[in-house]
Ligand binder design. Structure first.
Ligand code: ADP
Ligand code: MG
Length: 289
């Protein structure tokens, strides 16, 4: 694109709520044929609420809420705020040795016991517990479960409600009509949850249970056949945002790791800004041809 066209494209993007760090990001976006998207915070609103708690052990519901919130206090993950809110107003126990594993969960020592919150595999990683079957699905797209483990035993499942963004389906349609041949969901969440959200927004390719490195591998796989964008909001998305031909961060809450790794940052808390900026990118590059 000519410098004038590029300046115009960048300022149009800004008016649509998208920061373009460098004109090359717009050029890359115009050529993209595959768009990989994260689930939590990207296709969903990313402000989950705890809607119920299922107990599997001897630990009471009040203790589950308090222990989970205690280890989540310092986490920036969208689930963490939900856990802290769900614990009510009583002071939380102070955790030690807190350690967060991106895409899996957080664990720490609380009142002498190791408490873990996250995926099922993460909370019972040492095989110390056979654990319960999955709680019955609600059928509400975006509903998900965070497991709570104490000393390697699964003691509870906390259901989180994180609704699909109402404009997500239309965004996928707009991309598909504008030359994006393939949209792919890549998430750290379970296959059931991922498939429910993918169905709700009209995505047919799903990769669930991805670690941050797993997301990079999926993006690389797509890139080997077609120019590929990655769209995500979390710390767990930073490596795949950096690896893609163009990385696009949902940055409304300013998750700095993802914003720093990305070429474009959506500051509007709306996923349709993605279709807007894709349209602007194609317009900008076309002007110059
Ligand atoms: P996504 O790819 O959908 O944005 P993440 O990669 O952030 O999801 O997380 C994947 C899964 O790991 C979540 O669905 C959740 O089960 C678990 N998880 C990650 N971090 C946390 C945390 N701080 N607290 C609870 N669960 C977590
Ligand atoms: Mg996310």
């Amino acid at each position: 694109a000519t410098p004038i066209a590029m300046v115009s494209g960048i300022s149009r993007s800004a008016r649509s709520g998208v920061i373009v760090k460098d004109g090359r990001g717009l050029e890359a976006l115009a050529r993209v044929r595959t768009v990989c998207v994260d689930k939590t915070g990207t296709l969903t609103a990313g402000h989950p609420e705890v809607v119920d708690v299922t107990l599997f052990g001897e630990v009471s519901e009040a203790d589950v809420r308090s222990l989970a919130a205690a280890v989540e206090q310092l986490s920036a993950h969208p689930f963490a705020a939900a856990m802290v809110a769900a614990a009510g107003s009583a002071p939380l126990p102070v955790p030690t040795q807190v350690e967060e594993v991106a895409g899996e969960g957080v664990r720490g020592r609380v009142e002498g016991r190791v408490v873990a919150v996250g995926t099922r595999a993460f909370v019972s990683a040492n095989g110390a517990s056979v654990g319960p079957a999955d709680p019955v699905a609600t059928g509400v797209p975006g509903d998900t479960v965070a497991w709570v483990g104490v000393e390697g035993q699964v003691v509870a499942a906390m259901r989180l409600r994180d609704p699909v963004r109402p404009e997500a389906r239309r965004t996928v349609q707009r991309l598909n009509r504008a030359g994006v041949a393939r949209t792919v969901l890549v998430t750290g969440d379970s296959l059931d949850v991922a498939t429910g959200v993918a169905d709700a927004v009209g995505i047919t390719r799903v990769h669930a249970g991805c670690t941050p490195a797993g997301k990079v591998a999926r993006v690389a796989e797509e890139q080997s056949t077609q120019p590929t964008a990655m769209v995500g909001d979390g710390v767990n998305d930073a490596p795949s945002l950096a690896a893609a031909d163009v990385g696009i961060a949902m940055g409304a809450r300013g998750a700095t790791a993802s914003s720093e790794a990305a070429d474009l940052v959506i500051t509007a808390d709306r996923i349709d800004a993605l279709a807007d900026v894709h349209h602007i990118a194609r317009d900008t590059i076309r002007i110059a041809r």
